[in-house]
Design a protein around this ligand. Structure first.
Ligand SMILES: Cc1cc2nc3c(=O)[nH]c(=O)nc-3n(C[C@H](O)[C@H](O)[C@H](O)COP(=O)(O)OP(=O)(O)OC[C@H]3O[C@@H](n4cnc5c(N)ncnc54)[C@H](O)[C@@H]3O)c2cc1C
Length: 743
């Protein structure tokens, strides 16, 4: 191999090589569930269904029809038997995991998507239908629907209820913009001293699980003055009226899930309003409008979707390595023992480097997504505490809540500015409301970042993975189903709000004072990590984080030549681009943190400790490669924004006065020999000038940017050496004889 001489580990004994692919024990430490036996069991169960039932369905061509078939229905039963369905429920509702389940659902979706994204979606869609009820429902609603949706236990003779979540409507109504709702709710009947009955009319578009759903949580607007605003209502298949499932969507992706355009016209009791209601002056006031319910739901459910794309990227590694190595076996000139036979396409540096990029992206995406999932698990109880505390103080929701939390936000910002040894810092850290605002600010950013970066950039990188398999990659026979996974990723980037929705959310949440104070503290911490772990790319990342924060600060104050503000909600060219850059940085940050975790705890695990040094070395090299890419993206985006909104000087305007005249240069040459060689914008006596757009733009006011960018560029030192080392490992790492699921 071309790089062998530089990377000869015999010459560099400090470098350790990873011998096998990172296994479960490594992942459990990195993604922090080494002490959660319940989650480890769930992973194994989900994996057995994925690599058994699901893989057989895909290999058997079940994706070739968009109809809901008995075989696909059988997959749901396999989920029930394996405990995948029950993962959403509390033990008293028929589940087996207590407490928050964001990490649990993410791990399960990750395992299913490792084989097929549609299977993962089919499992998640029922949870999505239950989520409005789980997040905002009354206790009676929670108990009824979660118990009905739990798989039968102890020989019970019943089919678990499946749900669908209906927000999206036929064009021109709800899609990205959840405010444009056409679904209607009105009073059907309201007898004195009795519960009112509602008439619900809702048409859905692209509704998952619809072929078999027993209940639907649907977003609707009031069309009746006796109902205020909007709400989410629960519809059941036996309700009076029409429950028309519509025709199946002819989708190109996720064919193992069911999707269609239903039409509902149903009469339901008012007790079906999610979260309940009050009556004031003869008007029903839902306790939560549809926007509040949906925000609470998507905030959490978008994380597993992002992790589905991460799983696919990591699942591509083993099939690609096998393909590359075996590529020339069997040819006459390729004898066992020869380089061509043993290494195949892996003789070529580009093939290895591209796989390193795919792998590094997968690692970063998984680290970001699992960090988000864990954060929501930690946030859930603190958020409940916050709600209870504010309720006690008579504060509930909206602006009143924002005002009430202002003080906690200032305390959080103060805490971040104090030394870690300060007693005041410890006091502030222990304050649950301070903890809430910190976690909330982070969650508000890393949830959309996971959805946006993992599925958006992840889809681009899935194309790279497919390309590494040549023609095979775009056939149904491709091991690891990479072609299908690539196409499927585009749906993951679209549903539950496409990229524009995530970017829009980020442009608001990433400018919160609390988030930016945390980001600054993270940058400092990254520098400290770099001093102990220089090989992780932490220093590169810290420099890129500094550049990003400087640019945001600059753009928030800067205007374009017309005097319009640059950082403005309507100016997506600025705000969306900065959001994109931030996602790269965050993914890289969590990737590095996961390596530190592995290094800190790997020695305690007998399986991991054996090859810990090699695994940490390899994962660090991937992280370094990724940090360099994140730095490059950040540098490119920030430079374009800082300079791109200034007019380029022109030869015609006043600014050319800063140029040298050719005649002047001759005179200067006497006192400053060599100046002619460095003067680039020189005007001849006849006014002619070099063939370019105009004199080079000055950098007044932006010299600090250039200083930071310059520093960032030099921080890239070593990044390609890390990539070479990672490539060397990719060329040597052992893989199993055959993939453990069929092609
Ligand atoms: C297979 C499948 C399953 C689905 N399952 C469900 C389900 O179970 N329940 C459900 O309710 N929905 C479901 N959906 C719908 C899905 O959530 C929507 O398709 C998605 O949110 C995008 O909405 P849209 O199709 O109307 O796209 P549009 O809103 O038309 O967006 C088109 C493009 O315009 C961009 N755009 C739109 N608005 C803006 C803006 N303000 N600023 C910048 N760019 C913008 C978008 O980013 C996108 O690139 C599903 C869709 C599919 C395909």
């Amino acid at each position: 191999m071309g790089t062998a001489t530089i990377l000869d580990t015999a010459k560099h004994p400090a470098w350790k090589t990873m011998l096998t692919l990172p296994g479960d024990a490594v992942r459990q430490i990195q993604w922090r569930f080494a002490d959660r036996f319940d989650l480890q069991m769930l992973v194994q169960s989900a994996r057995s269904v994925a690599r058994g039932t699901v893989a057989r369905l895909v290999a058997g061509g079940e994706r070739n029809t968009h109809e809901w078939t008995p075989a696909k229905a059988g997959m749901l039963e396999a989920f029930d038997r394996a405990g995948v369905t029950a993962a959403f429920m509390e033990p008293e509702e028929g589940g087996f995991i207590s407490g928050p389940k964001n990490l649990a659902l993410s791990l399960s979706a990750f395992e299913l998507a490792w084989v097929d994204g549609g299977a993962a979606t089919a499992s998640l869609a029922s949870f999505l239908a239950l989520s409005p009820i789980h997040e905002k429902g009354t206790q009676a609603q929670v108990t009824r629907y979660k118990t009905l949706a739990a798989p039968p236990q102890n020989g019970e003779e019943r089919k678990p209820w499946r749900g669908a979540f209906a927000l999206t409507e036929p064009i021109p109504y709800v899609g990205v913009d959840t405010g444009m709702l056409n679904g209607k709710v009105a009073i059907a009947e309201w007898k004195e001293d009795e519960e009112p009955w509602l008439q619900v009319d809702k048409r859905g578009r692209f509704i998952t699980n619809i072929a078999f759903a027993d209940f639907v949580t649907a977003a609707v607007n009031s069309s009746d003055p006796r109902i205020k605003g909007s709400c989410v209502v629960i519809l059941e298949v036996g309700d009076e009226g029409a429950f028309d499932r519509g025709t199946p969507t002819k989708k190109l992706v996720h064919q193992l899930s069911s999707t269609g355009d239903p039409v509902f016209s149903l009469k339901v009791p008012a007790s079906r309003i999610v979260g309940g209601y009050t009556v004031k002056d003869g008007v029903i006031i839902p306790n939560f409008n549809h926007g509040e319910v949906i925000e609470a739901v998507f905030r959490r459910t978008r994380v597993p979707v992002g992790l589905m794309s991460a799983a696919k990227l990591l699942s591509a590694v083993e099939p690609v390595i096998r393909y590359q190595r075996e590529r020339f076996r069997g040819a006459e000139g390729s004898k066992p023992g020869s380089v061509r036979y043993e290494q195949g396409i892996q003789q070529r540096e580009d093939a290895l480097h591209r796989l390193v990029d795919v792998w590094a992206t997968g690692e970063a995406a998984a680290s970001l997504g699992f960090a988000a999932a864990r954060l929501f698990d930690r946030l859930d109880p603190v958020e409940k505490y916050k709600n209870a505390t504010l309720k006690e103080r008579g504060v509930q929701g909206g602006r009143a809540e924002m005002r009430a939390l202002k003080d906690s936000e200032q305390r959080a910002i103060e805490m971040l500015s104090l030394s870690e040894f300060s007693p005041r810092r410890a006091t502030l850290e222990a304050d649950p409301l301070v903890q809430f605002v910190l976690m909330d600010a982070e969650a508000n950013v890393i949830c959309p970042a996971t959805k946006l970066w993992n599925t958006g950039h992840g889809t681009n990188m899935m194309r790279e993975a497919v390309s590494l398999m040549g023609g095979y990659g775009i056939t149904e026979d491709c091991p690891g189903f990479l072609g299908q996974k690539w196409m499927d990723s585009q749906l993951e980037a679209t549903y539950e709000g496409p990229e524009a929705v995530q970017r829009r959310q980020l442009t608001v949440t990433m400018t919160s004072e609390v988030f930016l104070a945390q980001f600054k503290a993270w940058t400092g911490a990254m520098r400290r990590i770099a001093s102990d772990h220089p090989g992780t790319g932490a220093c590169t990342l810290a420099s890129a984080m500094t550049l990003w924060q400087w640019t945001l600060n600059y753009l928030q104050k800067a205007t374009d030549p017309g005097g319009s503000k640059l950082y403005h909600g309507q100016r997506q060219g600025v705000t969306f681009a900065l959001a994109d850059a931030l996602c790269w940085l965050l993914a890289s940050r969590y990737q590095i943190l996961d390596i530190l975790e592995l290094e800190a705890h790997g020695a305690d695990d007998p399986v991991v400790s054996e090859s810990l040094a090699g695994t940490v070395q390899f994962l660090s090299d991937l992280a370094h490669t990724q940090a360099a890419q994140a730095a490059g993206e950040t540098s490119r985006i920030c430079a374009e924004l800082v300079f791109g909104y200034s007019e380029h000087p022109s030869w015609q305007d006043e600014s050319h006065k800063a140029c040298f005249l050719a005649s002047e240069l001759e005179a200067y040459e006497e006192t400053m020999p060599g100046i002619s060689a460095i003067a680039v914008d020189v005007l001849a006596a006849d006014g002619s000038h070099p063939q370019k757009a105009g004199p080079c733009a000055g950098c007044t006011g932006n010299s600090e940017f250039l200083r930071l960018q310059n520093k960032l560029t030099t921080c890239l030192s070593g990044a390609r050496l890390a990539k070479d080392r990672a490539a060397d490992t990719v060329g040597k790492v052992m893989i199993p004889e055959a993939l453990d699921y069929p092609a």
